[in-house]
Design a protein around this ligand. Structure first.
Ligand code: ADP
Length: 404
């Protein structure tokens, strides 16, 4: 089965999901039917994105989990308990909630904002402060420096971090995020996304987040739920599967004509897709090398140290034939070897690798795992990889870590 064990969420089979929507509906008092009969599960430790056009019911769905909005039909089950039967205040203490721009209290210091839930839980001042400082550090803020400030004295990205710290304060197993990165500029957003994903995975939190940004969803989520008006679930799938096999016309429209490009972000570099050119050693003679490259059919070869197979560079066939023409039969490959301007690591996504390839003159780049040479990335390789089966996202690093 596609995707089995691919979400990094551990055992999935019979395990109680972290969040279960069972035929959930919401009709607002004015008669607006925001959500009609939604049924879906969020597994423990999973990061799920809700995407869809404005007004399709994403926020309503999210807010029914912590009962900021009460469902009018069906059940929302969190951690095996029907939320309708759990005290709303108690429920919310077990669910972190992050909104745009952090949703911080302007007249409280950063430290007090982070300690909101511990205060509600009756922790003493010292324990609250220690927990707040621990969390500020966790999200990359300096407690001594930022703890005493007020939210307006922080940048948008810093406020967002404080919002995440506050949501984590009581160590809730479930996090809800409503457009968490919507208000920060793109460069900061990339970094915050990557940091959040790392934190969420490390801490093993289940996260449900709303975004209108499909690329954000593709980059972060284990699974994406695409919704249309009325909270109708059009497709619920891993990013790679969603982009390669949109289930309905609505999803096709929604993911857009550039879904091929979007898929690069969830396509791993697989050694079997790489080109394997002729390899030469620096000590090989030019006559031998020229023949080897002619047989191989490429206009270049890769040069490796003979024993360690460590990458030395590449050699253009033209230089070898030119050397031959000039009668330089004693010449060695090493005399004509050029270093690669940049290399690609196998753990990168195809998106960053392809971007690197486009950013420089050579049409081929070596792919390494550590120092081991695996093969060569070319535009053809990118095409082949994209045409192959959808990727298992668990194998992928979070893209964007190289940004900023
Ligand atoms: P999204 O988050 O996808 O933009 P929402 O969940 O905010 O969508 O809204 C879904 C639908 O419910 C929209 O038609 C919206 O106008 C309506 N809606 C949201 N909140 C209320 C409310 N408090 N009262 C009446 N209608 C609402």
């Amino acid at each position: 089965m596609i995707g089995e064990g691919a979400t990094g969420s551990g055992a999935q089979g019979d395990e109680e999901p972290a969040i279960r929507f069972e035929g959930v509906g919401k009709r607002y008092r004015d008669g607006t039917e925001a959500v009609r009969e939604l049924t879906m599960d969020v597994r423990r430790g999973e990061l799920v994105a809700l995407v869809g056009p404005s007004g399709c019911g994403k926020s309503t769905i999210l807010r029914m989990v912590n009962r900021l909005v009460e469902p009018t039909s069906g059940r929302v089950v969190v951690d095996g308990r029907d939320t309708a039967h759990v005290d709303a205040v108690e429920l919310r203490r077990g669910i972190g909630y992050v909104i745009q721009a952090g949703g911080l209290l302007p007249h409280r210091t950063v430290r007090d904002n982070v300690a909101t839930v511990p205060r509600l839980l009756g922790w003493d001042a010292r324990a609250r402060r220690a927990r707040a400082d621990e969390l500020l550090e966790l999200v990359g803020l300096e407690p001594g420096l930022h703890g005493r400030r007020y939210p307006r004295e922080l940048s948008g990205g810093q406020q967002q971090r404080v919002g995440v710290a506050r949501a984590l304060a009581a160590d809730p197993p479930v996090l809800l995020l409503d457009e968490p990165f919507g208000a920060v500029d793109p460069v900061v957003r990339d970094r915050l996304q990557a940091e959040f994903r790392r934190l969420q995975t490390e801490l093993g939190k289940t996260a449900l987040f709303v975004t209108h940004d499909l690329d954000e969803a593709v980059r972060l989520a284990d699974r994406i739920a695409v919704l249309s008006t009325g909270g109708h679930l059009e497709q619920y799938a891993e990013p790679g599967a969603l982009l390669s096999d949109p289930a309905t016309d609505f999803v096709v429209q929604f993911v857009g004509s550039d879904r091929g490009l979007r898929r690069l972000a969830v396509t791993p570099i697989r050694p079997e897709d790489l080109e394997v050119p002729a390899t030469l050693a620096p000590g090989d003679g030019v006559a031998y090398a020229a023949t080897a490259l002619e047989v191989d059919g490429r206009s270049w070869g890769v040069v490796l140290e003979p024993d360690s197979r460590e990458l030395v560079g590449w050699v253009p066939r033209g230089a070898l034939t030119e050397a031959m023409r000039r009668g330089d039969r004693a010449g060695r490959v090493g005399d004509w070897t050029q270093p690669f301007p940049v290399v690609v690591q196998r753990a990168e996504t195809m998106r960053s690798a392809f971007s690197t390839l486009l950013g420089q003159e050579l049409r081929f780049l070596p792919v390494l795992e550590g120092t081991e040479f695996l093969g060569v990335l070319t535009p053809d390789v990118v095409h082949t990889a994209l045409r192959a089966a959808p990727a298992a996202p668990a194998a992928l690093p979070v893209d964007g870590t190289g940004t900023a």
